[in-house]
Design a protein around this ligand. Structure first.
Ligand code: ZN
Length: 268
């Protein structure tokens, strides 16, 4: 399976821009008012919101926010400070097609039970299995020179961290998460990914072997059903050639119809 592997963009945001300043002001106001919904598009308007590629670390102050609305954003990343938004129940970055991963720290939002994410844009998603960028050659950098271990929260330097990808269920979706692990012991504490995803934390890159994508799995399933039906069809040939042709066409149609329908519904 040939994979397209993109690169991680660091320094994605112009932090001297008016858009960034307005976003920071909005977050400060929302934190003071104790608002429960974070909806920057409403506050900033379309033009300014489209200049936002990440969120500031100050989202850590939004510990009363229950819902995040980021529909149609141009976001490329969410900072690890989302882990402090402990009231979060719903996360909606739907149609944010540049958002390919989330920080592992979002797993600290224990009330988060529902999400609406354009999963086809996610690294490793079952539909297309978009390749994970290599964290060995192209690590993720956040602001500043220090960071915290995603697992034990210990303050560490970039030289000490081991960055890893892991796919886990977040809300109602399986999402690729970036882990900063300070030790083997913290790496071993990471949970097991769901079935049909790479089963261990990994560094990404071109040599990563992912499970088959949805289309490849479908082709195998169709082939399996055809093989199952091959024997009765062969018998029919001996009885009546015309009847056999009609029977084979019918068999193929029956095999394909439900699968095509499922693809249509799932490939949204
Ligand atoms: Zn640690």
């Amino acid at each position: 399976m040939k994979q397209f592997i993109s690169r991680i963009d660091n320094d994605v945001q112009d932090k001297n821009s008016l858009a960034w300043k307005k976003l920071c002001d909005y977050i400060d106001q929302l934190a003071v008012s104790g608002g429960e919904e974070f909806s920057p598009l409403e506050f900033l308007g379309n033009t300014i919101f489209s200049q936002i590629q990440t969120l500031p670390a100050s989202i850590a102050k939004l510990d009363k926010v229950r819902k995040i609305w980021l529909y149609g954003s141009k976001l490329k990343r969410i900072p690890p400070e989302i882990g402090y938004m402990t009231s979060l129940e719903y996360f909606d970055p739907y149609t944010s097609y540049d958002l390919h991963w989330l920080p592992y720290e979002i797993t600290r939002c224990k009330k988060l039970i529902s999400s609406r994410i354009s999963t086809r844009a996610l690294y490793g998603n079952y539909k297309h299995r978009m390749g994970f960028p290599s964290l060995t050659k192209n690590p993720v950098r956040h602001d500043g020179e220090i960071l915290t271990c995603s697992v034990c929260h210990r303050v560490i330097s970039y030289a000490e961290t081991n960055q890893l990808w892991i796919s886990l269920r977040i809300g109602t979706d399986v999402v690729p998460l970036l882990v900063n692990a300070c030790s083997i012991s913290c790496e071993e504490k990471l949970p097991c990914p769901p079935e049909n995803y790479v089963q261990t934390p990994h560094k990404g890159g071109g040599s990563l072997k992912q499970p088959l994508n949805w289309e490849e799995q479908m082709v195998i399933e169709i082939q399996r059903r055809r093989n199952e039906n091959a024997a009765p069809v062969q018998q029919a040939i001996q009885i009546n050639a015309d009847a056999n042709e009609s029977s084979k066409l019918k068999t193929d149609a029956m095999s394909l119809k439900p699968l095509k329908l499922v693809v249509k519904i799932w490939d949204k």
